[in-house]
Design a protein around this ligand. Structure first.
Ligand code: 1HN
Length: 350
């Protein structure tokens, strides 16, 4: 007599031979009430990232057709197999030297750049030359041509945030180099910088303005204005970088946010099934993620995996702390999947 297991193994093999599979083999881990992720909480220290960039600078020149970007990825320990920051997002850090040109290309991945150090570099997005300043956010929506250059004197560093692993999983990666190293810029130059949310009237040019450039001086002024009002219990004084044309998220797949933790401020714990990557732009503090405390200071980057309880605290009683962050929430929202939960008590303790 055959045991039930033998019977099943025979059936499983029978099915496998025919490219079929019984649902009874499904991993039980996929049937838990709580979403599961392989992404783990992690913090990357600024000194490590910056030192790595300097070492790369000393060894790697930027060259068309070879190394087109001097960019270092922040790899989540749970995402070692794909060398990504989360299952949906990649955060990288890029350094460009005075006089260098990072050649123009376009791809189906959307990108954001958050400028962390230096001045005098620029990005050209579809012919618009956007000068970078610390704290600025510059968008490169999917399939837009982009190249970077540097007219300043000091090395310039920014964060690159992209939806690479999401686009990889959809298997729709396309990449195209531009015919020239650099794009020609619009004759009127720096459209977004010059005209803000307006555009010059030109016959035959009906394209809506693409909002590409969020300046730090504007963001900071808004944060300061908000600082005197009641803060969000979970995020403090926080601003979403919206697409002003639609009121929707920064990009279809990525949302960016700037938040201020006022001196001594501490937020309440909540969790959501979107993943967040934070960069400490100013100040220092701590974030407790499922009971694990990550201490951060200026320049550090950390990740809060989906569905983990988290709360932030500014460690200083005198200085504000400012976090820039990137989230994959728009993807979940688009499919009606976004979920969040909060605790009634005022935190998990730190
Ligand atoms: C990319 O095109 C840039 O254009 C930076 O500066 C980082 C990471 C992965 C894929 C493409 C850039 C990138 C990237």
């Amino acid at each position: 007599m055959k045991t039930e297991t033998q019977d099943l193994t025979e059936l499983d093999n029978f099915l496998a031979d025919r490219w079929l599979s019984g649902l009874w083999k499904l991993d039980r881990h996929e049937r838990t009430p709580d979403p599961q992720t392989k992404v783990v909480p992690h913090l990357w220290k600024w000194d490590d990232v910056y030192d790595s960039l300097r070492q790369a600078r000393d060894r790697i020149g930027i060259e068309k057709g070879r190394t087109e970007r001097r960019t270092i990825r922040l790899v989540n320990p749970g995402m070692r197999h794909i060398e990504m920051t989360s299952h949906t997002m990649l955060l990288a850090c890029q350094m460009i030297q005075p006089g260098e040109v990072a050649p123009a290309h376009r791809h189906t991945m959307a990108a954001i750049r958050f400028i962390v150090q230096g001045q005098g570099a620029y990005t050209v997005v579809n012919g618009e030359k956007l000068m970078m300043a610390e704290g600025d956010l510059i968008l490169t929506p999917q399939w837009t041509w982009h190249d970077h250059g540097h007219e300043g004197r000091e090395p310039m560093v920014w964060l690159d945030g992209l939806d690479v692993p999401l686009i990889q999983s959809l298997q729709v990666i396309s990449y195209e180099p531009y015919s020239e190293e650099k794009q020609a810029t619009h004759a009127s130059g720096q459209e977004a910088s010059l005209f803000g949310m307006t555009r010059p009237v030109r016959s035959g040019d009906g394209a809506a303005p693409t909002p590409l450039h969020y300046r730090w001086k504007d963001t900071y002024r808004s944060l300061q204005a908000l600082a005197d009002t009641p803060a969000d219990p979970y995020d403090g004084v926080a601003l979403d970088y919206v697409n002003p044309l639609t009121g929707g998220s920064t990009l279809p797949t990525l949302a960016c946010r700037a938040q201020m933790l006022r001196p001594g401020e501490r937020t309440r714990a909540h969790r959501h099934n979107s993943t967040s990557i934070y960069h400490a732009f100013r100040g220092s503090g701590a974030t407790v993620i499922n009971g694990e405390t990550l201490e951060w200071s200026k320049g550090d980057t950390f990740i809060v995996p989906l569905w983990s309880w988290h709360e932030h605290a500014n460690r200083s009683a005198e200085d504000e702390a400012i976090l820039f962050s990137m989230h994959d929430a728009p993807v979940l929202e688009a499919f009606g999947l976004h979920r969040q939960e909060s605790l009634d008590e005022s935190g998990m303790g730190m």
